[in-house]
Design a protein around this ligand. Structure first.
Ligand SMILES: [Zn+2]
Length: 257
């Protein structure tokens, strides 16, 4: 059960029942699938309704809600620095998460794929060509060390995974420091994408939130933040630095001291 949202010609967001999004970009001879969501829904089938072309599948990073459907594909590429995160995805933990996030998914879904990472390969290329559309892998470390984005210069489009989420979490497994996230934000601002996509929103963003996100990161050096409990799996506490409570809240959550 995927919602399909078309962002522009050739570019789709596929959203699963836990509101995790994969991005599909369709060229003339190949397609890119960026992330495989939680694995509770038939992503392969959803993609095949939109394109029959051969597919390159890349994970934005190693958190479970981005790699959960990897087993549905022949091969999937993940940055080497995020491979240690795969071993943290325990079956009992994942099943509890599924029950809480997607109770209607049923027990017969391919929810628990922990340990089944044989088709997940180390990302070892920096560019690819989809036919009439070339993409570049861009390191976006911060949310995790191996977080990657995909840049399509001809579309001025950046696929960013969790690296540019308006409510940014630096309190989950594998996170780096606010300083590393700041460097990533500055690099993206220099790139000046017209739009970027994230993994937990079904719409595109322009660059207007990036300075607010940058301010949140800098506030971690000068302010104390608010105590915060992340309310849904994978849970976790932290300090919240809030910048905007507008229609799109902007905040950064980092580890409690
Ligand atoms: Zn993540």
């Amino acid at each position: 059960m995927f919602r399909k949202i078309q962002i522009m010609d050739r570019v789709w967001v596929l959203q699963d029942r836990a509101d995790c999004c994969a991005n599909l970009v369709i060229g003339d001879s190949q397609a890119l699938l960026f992330d495989t969501c939680c694995g509770w829904d038939d992503l392969q089938g959803a993609v095949r309704k939109l394109t029959e072309l051969p597919m390159i599948v890349i994970n934005s990073h190693g958190h479970y809600d981005h790699v959960g459907g990897n087993a549905q594909f022949e091969r999937v590429y993940l940055h080497p620095a995020d491979f240690p995160l795969l071993s943290l995805h325990e079956p009992e933990h994942l099943e509890r998460w599924r029950r809480e996030m997607a109770p209607d998914a049923g027990n017969d879904t391919p929810a628990v794929q922990a340990g089944n990472w044989g088709n997940t390969l180390q990302l070892d290329f920096r560019e690819f060509d989809l036919g009439g559309l070339s993409g570049e892998l861009i390191p976006l470390p911060g949310h995790t060390e191996g977080s990657m984005g995909v840049w399509f210069p001809s579309l001025s489009l950046l696929l960013s995974g969790d690296a540019l989420t308006p409510v940014m979490c630096l309190n989950f497994a594998g996170h780096l420091s606010p300083a590393e996230q700041e460097a990533t934000l500055l690099r993206v601002m220099e790139l000046q994408p017209d739009i970027y996509l994230t993994s937990h929103q079904d719409h595109a963003f322009d660059g207007s939130l990036l300075p607010l996100m940058l301010q949140c990161v800098r506030d971690t050096q000068t302010k104390k933040g608010y105590a915060y409990e992340y309310p849904v799996p994978p849970y976790g506490s932290g300090r919240l630095f809030l910048n905007s409570t507008g229609s799109e809240p902007v905040a950064l959550i980092c580890e409690a001291k």
